[in-house]
Design a protein around this ligand. Structure first.
Ligand SMILES: CC(C)(COP(=O)(O)OP(=O)(O)OC[C@H]1O[C@@H](n2cnc3c(N)ncnc32)[C@H](O)[C@@H]1OP(=O)(O)O)[C@@H](O)C(=O)NCCC(=O)NCCS
Length: 123
């Protein structure tokens, strides 16, 4: 996969099988230094706590190795499962991003901006 500048992509594997992908985008402007995270797990592997585990692992890397004090994630506002998973890691809702992204049917829907400060990361 071709990565844009600042982007990193990681495969999520269980016993050698790739079950999802987790990625980060790091803002290069030092005045706004932070990283955003995105994740997708294949449906048979959802709801087993693997998403929070993968996000926690990447968040720890971004904080400890990459020096970030603030991380963001922006699920669709109606994606209650994702929001619950991210709250388990320590993310908090910041605000609603109106008509933020297009769904598969081409219509716009709202997103939810969530963020987490370094000392809010939960084990
Ligand atoms: C969102 C996602 C990363 C969460 O990871 P996960 O490993 O499933 O997270 P958890 O096991 O902690 O489950 C979190 C909640 O998600 C919901 N959920 C997850 N998979 C579900 C499924 N197949 N059907 C219905 N609800 C589901 C549940 O509400 C669950 O909470 P509960 O177990 O207390 O009921 C993962 O489900 C996923 O990749 N989904 C598809 C892509 C997506 O929505 N990505 C988010 C983009 S921001």
């Amino acid at each position: 996969m071709e990565a844009e500048e600042g982007e990193s992509h990681f495969l999520i594997q269980v016993d050698g099988e790739t079950i999802g992908i987790v990625q980060s985008y790091e803002e290069s402007d030092p005045m706004y230094h932070h990283a955003g995270i995105d994740i997708a797990i294949r449906s048979p592997w959802q709801r087993k706590g693997l998403g929070p585990d993968a996000i926690r692992t990447l968040a720890r890397h971004l904080i400890d190795e990459r020096g970030h004090h603030r991380l963001t994630i922006d699920p669709a506002a109606h994606n209650t499962g994702a929001i619950k998973a991210y709250e388990r890691v320590g993310f908090r809702p910041v605000g609603r991003l109106r008509q933020y992204e297009r769904g598969p049917d081409g219509t716009w829907h709202d997103g939810l901006l969530m963020d987490m400060l370094a000392d809010e990361l939960r084990d």
